[in-house]
Write a protein of this length. Structure first.
Length: 260
């Protein structure tokens, strides 16, 4: 593994969420790379600080309720057939039907849990990257309020060209950007300022599974889709402000690109 490969796995490695083979390869790389080892140490230190200072929130009650409802629901027709004591040969068909129903139920519940977990993990990862960058004073790699500086810098380092909307007239000042990792993939991060608040905006063409607006660990995360991009904004600014800002990004980026 090279440094780029390892950097994309460090968050998962720190949480013990990589498979044994990749874990071994990462560990071997870290033993000979002080830069990546230092990055891991920063992640572990931040995780310890967050665990000490930030409360843990489990799965939302709505998800628990949905899972319980799916697991306890039984079709009335199946119960009626069981009461009628069908002929012995029909038990095979009943068993097959029950097996299919159980498979479908398991798939529905499993899919719901996986999607919810993936969405929650992505939100947590975005917040983690935001806090890591803030605490390490590495929020910006290209410092500029000029779209024509930030956009080419990011485009030259990614396999896509992220829009860089200018929303200074609405009170959101572009201050720069950086390369980041989200969901194991390189992503463009735009950095805006709103009064005394910093807003990180992760922009990528791949669909992002995230709620429209959620609050977690004291941060607000807003998600919108527009102009063939997905926008995920993280900040401690109020939810209504962040939501309106993200909406402007998604809807206004096309017009901004035309002006460019």
């Amino acid at each position: 593994m090279n440094c780029r490969d390892v950097m994309g796995l460090l968050d998962a490695y720190a949480d013990g969420e990589v498979d044994p083979l990749r874990g071994y390869l990462v560990k071997r790389h870290l033993s000979g790379c002080p830069e990546c080892a230092s990055k891991l140490a920063s992640i572990l230190a931040l995780r310890a600080e967050l665990h000490a200072d930030v409360p843990y929130y489990g799965a939302p009650p709505a998800l628990h309720a949905r899972a319980r409802e799916l697991l306890t629901a039984r079709p009335a027709a199946t119960a009626e057939r069981a009461r009628r004591q069908p002929a012995p040969w029909s038990w095979l068909a009943l068993g097959a039907a029950s097996g299919c129903a159980a498979t479908v139920l398991a798939w529905v519940v499993g899919t719901a849990l996986i999607e919810a977990s993936r969405s929650d993990d992505l939100v947590a990862a975005a917040i983690s990257r935001h806090t890591q960058a803030t605490l390490s004073h590495e929020t910006i790699q290209v410092a500029s309020s000029d779209q024509h500086t930030v956009k080419p810098w990011l485009s030259a380092r990614l396999d896509y060209s992220p829009p860089v909307p200018d929303l200074a007239a609405q009170g959101f000042t572009l201050v720069g950007g950086r390369l980041d990792q989200l969901d194991g993939r390189p992503v463009a991060t735009l950095v805006y300022r709103y009064r005394e608040h910093t807003i990180d905006v992760f922009v990528r063409p791949e669909p992002i599974q995230a709620p429209v607006l959620v609050t977690k660990r004291g941060f607000n995360v807003a998600h919108r889709t527009g102009s063939a991009m997905d926008w995920l904004a993280v900040s401690d600014v109020s939810p209504d402000v962040l939501s309106a800002f993200t909406e402007r990004l998604a809807l206004g980026s096309a017009a901004s690109d035309l002006r460019n």
